[in-house]
Design a protein around this ligand. Structure first.
Ligand SMILES: [Zn+2]
Length: 479
């Protein structure tokens, strides 16, 4: 059989590409000698070759979702729980199986809060009868008494409104914070930030005027039956009262009915409690830098989650893409000049003790963190890279910008950050985030809906791909 001339040509081109590619990747010292200039400078063309390798491997295998399934199969990983410790164990095993250069854990002391029995919420009305409402205790909240509590309801939409009503109206009542997330804001995180203040600070604000409990509308754009939990805090010096979230469909109904029957009463029974501090762990794996091993390019997600679901978007997704980014770099045969490190932080949800423990650990002595990327906005398709604070940095990384755009990202701009890397950023490290599409993120966030099926494997993989390229670029080029 004669060979087709066209396939011969294709073979020759492939051979040429392979040869040039290998020269650059593995024979870089030789090139540097011959050209008399540094071989580490990543031009757009060189970076595109890297991107193509990462793309071929990453998109064909979609391993990020596989890693996400491994974590979520444990269930909810509430900080300090046995499930969170199981997640630590499995994350260590996974990184070891993937042959990262170093894998270890570092201790973090965390508080352990447990939900206890499923909460009971009842609406009692002379006009509408008795109806079940969907409530969930907020993280850190005290419980009601064993008998539960029952009281009349006062609906408010702002702290100012609460203040205006004052003790005369509020005393002895349950305060119902019913401020929806603002749908007119394009960025869902902005809308979340506004709405979540009632969850975080509402109990103490209401206790100041004699309220006996608070019920806070769930922070989501959706109208459904699922309460969304999250952290609340008590202000010192004020009485501590129980705090629950209520599903948006119930919040809408209660608000409507209150207008027709202001005498509505709410019964709440919760049995959450604090079990005191326990020792947990951050999990760390790295590809050690070949030239500057003490200079670190970090990527992080958080291992802990809320307990109402297996926390797939929040934040098994962030952990999965961090691990997958390192695997891709390693399995593509790329040798980072600076260390690329994945940190799976413990205890983001209850206040970020993992991030603080990492930044101040004795192991940090002698290390210099140049860039820390935090992935904690769900597993959606990547839209852009937010990084650093100056236009100069953006100018400098223009080859990366152009290649990320070829991978489907729309923009690179200043920004990035997160709870876990904040202590590193305070020490002068630059922040970054591969920003995904978050328009649907709060549908799932902190609720029973945050399951693995809610994360699309290809969208998650595209996030890992953009991340791998970004990490590798900064490991070669520095800041
Ligand atoms: Zn999170």
């Amino acid at each position: 059989m004669t060979k087709h001339p066209k396939s011969n040509l294709v073979l020759r081109i492939l051979y040429f590409l392979l040869l040039t590619n290998c020269c650059w990747l593995f024979g870089s010292q030789l090139i540097a000698k011959e050209t008399g200039r540094s071989d580490t400078s990543l031009t757009e063309e060189k970076l595109m070759l890297v991107a193509n390798r990462l793309k071929s491997l990453g998109l064909s295998e979609e391993k990020a979702h596989e890693f996400l399934l491994q974590l979520t199969s444990i269930g909810g990983r509430l900080t300090g729980s046995p499930q969170a410790e199981e997640a630590v164990k499995r994350a260590v095993e996974l990184m070891k199986e993937l042959n990262f250069d170093r894998v270890w854990t570092e201790p973090v002391t965390v508080n352990r809060w447990v939900r206890g029995e499923k909460e009971i919420g009842l609406l009692k009305s002379r006009k509408f009868g008795q109806q079940k409402i969907n409530v969930a205790a907020l993280g850190n909240s005290l419980a009601t008494t064993e008998e539960g509590l029952e009281a009349g309801l006062v609906e408010v939409h702002s702290f100012r409104e609460l203040e205006k009503l004052g003790e005369k109206v509020i005393k002895g009542k349950i305060v119902f914070f019913n401020q929806p997330m603002d749908r007119t804001l394009i960025n869902p995180f902005m809308a979340y930030g506004q709405a979540a203040q009632f969850r975080v600070k509402g109990a103490s604000a209401a206790a100041k005027y004699g309220a006996v409990a608070v019920m806070v509308r769930s922070a989501t754009f959706r109208i459904d039956e699922h309460p969304h939990t999250g952290l609340m805090t008590y202000e010192s010096g004020l009485p501590k009262i129980p705090a629950v979230s209520v599903a948006t469909a119930d919040a809408e109904k209660i608000s409507r009915w209150l207008k027709e029957d202001p005498e509505i009463r709410i019964f709440l029974k919760t049995s959450c409690q604090q079990l005191g501090p326990v020792v947990s762990h951050n999990v760390i794996g790295e590809l050690t830098g070949t030239k500057s091993p003490k200079e670190i390019i970090l990527v992080g997600g958080h291992l802990d989650s809320w307990d109402l679901s297996p926390g797939a978007h929040d934040d098994a997704a962030g952990c999965a893409v961090a691990v997958e980014a390192l695997r891709l770099i390693k399995d593509c045969g790329l040798k980072p000049a600076r260390t690329i490190r994945a940190v799976l932080f413990m205890d983001e949800e209850f206040g970020g003790t993992g991030g603080r423990a990492y930044a101040t650990a004795p192991q940090r002595a002698g290390e210099k963190h140049l860039l820390a990327i935090e992935q904690d906005q769900g597993g959606g398709v990547p839209l852009g890279l937010a990084v650093g604070k100056t236009p100069e940095l953006l100018n400098k990384i223009s080859p990366l910008t152009r290649v990320l755009q070829k991978l489907g990202l729309h923009w690179v701009k200043n920004g990035g950050g997160g709870v876990d890397i904040a202590p590193l950023v305070e020490q002068g490290c630059l922040a970054g985030t591969i920003v995904p599409n978050t328009q649907r993120y709060f549908d799932f966030h902190h609720s029973a809906l945050d399951v693995p099926e809610a994360v699309h494997p290809r969208e998650l993989q595209l996030q890992a791909l953009a991340l791998a390229l970004t990490l590798y670029y900064f490991s070669q080029e520095g800041i």
